[in-house]
Write a protein that binds this ligand. Structure first.
Ligand SMILES: [Zn+2]
Length: 276
């Protein structure tokens, strides 16, 4: 049960915000039915074949597999490509969009998710920073150049073996390609696209940083703290910026910021119910 006074405070913040910054971690996707990779049990529940192999998320999300056994590497990422293409963003995305449209507020999205769900929900591509890259872009594994290209591949994956029936190739050298995602133990991720997004975010803050910013953070845990750190930096560095942290497990944040103990969709719905 979320504290009613905190929901009221959050609604007042959204109501009076001049600028919205949306920050999202893995918990944002849970309400769209996406698996929670938190802890081995959550990961293995979503991917029983990896439980049989005794491989954790960290071990699966390693670029070495593309080198050693591309069909295995692409099994995991091909499956996720297909999953994210098929996923419909939950209605919380639409609630945030309705606030942006009603207020005509400038906004920026920062997400650690590689699933492309904000673009799919209709947020502008040039208003999104994907700090770990995107599964919808590919690069050469070597890499033989700094090019990245859209992931238009069809990648069938055997759900029992988690092996891909098709290996996406680099159009330049015909070597194996890989998603343009920052993985664990990753020395060959090409960060240019994310760096360009970071520059757009910085321009956005240069332009709007002195206005009344409200940061709405959803489903960002402490295990991989990039998103929480981003929210907190915005909250403390900019006068008049306030963070609304929506998190079912780790809602802690010092006042004047607001922590709501609930999932992303529930928090957004409860705030929305109080807005005129
Ligand atoms: Zn290449």
């Amino acid at each position: 049960m979320v504290d009613k006074a905190l929901i009221e405070r959050a609604a007042e913040l959204v109501d009076t915000a001049e600028v919205l910054v949306i920050t999202a971690g893995a918990g944002m996707g849970v309400d769209s039915g996406l698996p929670d990779f938190r802890g081995n049990q959550g990961f293995w529940q979503a991917y029983p074949p990896y439980a049989r192999l005794g491989l954790s998320f960290v071990e699966c999300a390693n670029p070495q597999h593309f080198q050693d056994d591309p069909s295995f590497g692409w099994g995991f990422y091909g499956h996720r490509t297909n999953l994210y293409r098929d996923t419909v963003p939950h209605s919380g995305f639409g609630i945030i969009k309705s606030w942006i449209e009603k207020k005509t507020a400038p906004y920026f999205v920062v997400t650690s998710n590689v699933d492309g769900q904000f673009q799919k929900a209709g947020f502008a591509d040039d208003r999104i920073l994907e700090v770990h890259g995107s599964i919808h872009w590919l690069q050469c594994l070597s890499p033989c150049s700094n090019s990245i290209w859209p992931n238009n591949e069809q990648i069938p994956v055997d759900p029992v073996t988690m092996r891909a029936g098709q290996i996406p190739r680099c159009p330049r050298c015909n070597g194996v390609s890989r998603p343009n995602i920052l993985m664990f133990g990753d020395w060959s991720w090409l960060p240019d696209r994310t760096h360009q997004q970071e520059q757009r975010m910085q321009q956005f803050l240069d332009e709007h940083g002195d206005k009344k910013i409200v940061v709405i953070e959803m489903g960002a845990g402490t295990a991989i703290p990039t998103i929480r750190a981003t929210s907190e930096r915005l909250g403390w560095r900019h006068d008049g910026a306030t963070v609304i942290r929506i998190n079912i497990r780790e809602p802690e944040i010092a006042a004047p910021h607001v922590g709501l103990v609930c999932g992303a969709l529930e928090g957004l719905q409860q705030i929305n119910a109080l807005l005129r």
